[in-house]
Design a protein around this ligand. Structure first.
Ligand code: ACO
Length: 331
């Protein structure tokens, strides 16, 4: 199978910047606690821009930076946990907005692992001749599902969108993806729409009463358990992807991890035996933007020329599901 090449990147960041000190005005917290426990300083929050619009703007930025005609996109993979519509897919809405009428479209929900899942899917599609160019768009308005009375989770999240265009290349690509649905309760947000058909008879399914009445309007997170999962899953996935590629972890020039917490990144680096200089971190500026974190990093790396063609990159995410995913490829 062929590998992939990222040929263009883009992003969209809402203009409203919210600092740690701003949070201390709404919940019992402090800049010191948030900085020390998470590494975060600021995050950007939407002022009403919907998820699809942020995604479309990131996609336009990527297409413009690569000089790519939207009609040359064959597939749009959109990743999000905060899509505006249950149907149609956000990918379809973005397709119309950017004028990519030749693309087939679908959404991928693998939470914060979404971008890496989509990259792996893109690579598989690109190995068929009729798909030559894939646009991955990762857009998240986590502020929509954040409980701003829960200090343990609300300080963590930001809104953002990242995008990239991917083509096939005769180069190495290796991935390791996984999921463990038995841990779904660690991190979830119920769809706020209620089952409400006019013929409902809950008395017919008494054994499911507890499930039927379980309600959560906002994101629920068991932070400590997610932390424990993340510090094991990220290094394991990178090691597995390297092993499949026949390379050593030390051969990787830059690792782009999900930007959930600086302590998670530091622990993963230690487990892998790589210095922190090889871990790309920007969470102090944007917080955790779920599946948008990694393509946002890729855009910074690309636009700042931080990698040369041919260098080895790893991307690694973890998130609700629970899911994890790593990919190793050539820049
Ligand atoms: N300000 C001040 N105190 C706080 C805050 C806050 N914002 N949040 C929690 N605390 C308090 C707690 O109440 C607790 O107080 P107590 O000891 O009196 O009970 C104390 O700080 C320690 O709480 P812990 O939960 O043990 O803090 P921890 O060091 O584990 O940090 C955190 C919490 C930041 C949530 C950490 O567990 C973490 O990062 N977990 C992973 C979260 C994550 O990655 N989530 C997203 C993954 S998926 C996605 O991206 C959507």
């Amino acid at each position: 199978m062929k590998g992939i090449k990222i040929v263009a990147t883009g992003k969209y960041l809402p203009r409203n910047i919210v600092s740690n000190n701003d949070f201390s005005e709404i919940v019992e917290t402090s800049d010191e606690w948030i900085s020390q426990r998470t590494g975060m300083k600021n995050r950007h929050l939407t002022s009403g821009e919907p998820t699809w619009l942020m995604g479309a703007l990131a996609a336009k930025d990527a297409l413009a930076s690569g000089g790519i005609d939207p009609k040359e996109i064959d597939l749009i993979l959109m990743t999000s946990v905060t899509a505006d519509y249950m149907t149609p897919s956000a990918a379809c809405i973005i397709q119309a907005n950017i004028g990519a009428q030749n693309a087939i479209c679908m959404d991928v929900n693998a939470a914060c692992s979404g971008f890496v899942y989509a990259l792996d899917m893109a690579r598989r599609y690109l190995n068929f001749e009729d798909i030559r160019r894939v646009l991955i768009v990762s857009s998240e308005t986590l502020s929509k599902i954040t409980d701003y009375t829960d200090r343990a989770s609300c300080v963590l999240f930001g809104d953002a969108a990242g995008a990239c265009v991917v083509e096939a290349a005769d180069s190495m690509f290796s991935s390791d993806l996984g999921a463990d649905g038995t841990k779904a309760q660690l991190l979830y947000c119920k769809n706020p729409l209620k089952m409400n058909n006019p013929f409902m008879k809950p008395e017919l399914v008494p054994e499911y009463e507890e499930i039927i009445h379980a309600e959560t309007d906002y994101l629920y997170m068991d932070g400590r358990e997610v932390y424990k999962f993340a510090i094991k899953a990220m290094p394991k996935a990178i090691e597995a992807a390297c092993q499949k590629a026949g390379i050593q972890v030390q051969d990787i020039d830059l690792i782009i991890p999900h930007q959930a917490n600086i302590r998670i990144v530091e622990t993963a680096a230690k487990t892998l035996g790589v210095p922190m200089e090889k871990m790309y971190v920007n969470l102090e500026k944007y917080g955790n933007t779920s599946s948008a974190c990694i393509p946002m990093c890729l855009d910074e790396i690309s636009k700042n020329g931080l990698l040369k063609r041919g260098q080895t990159v790893a991307v690694v995410g973890f998130g609700a599901g629970v899911t994890y995913a790593a990919a190793v490829f050539k820049w």
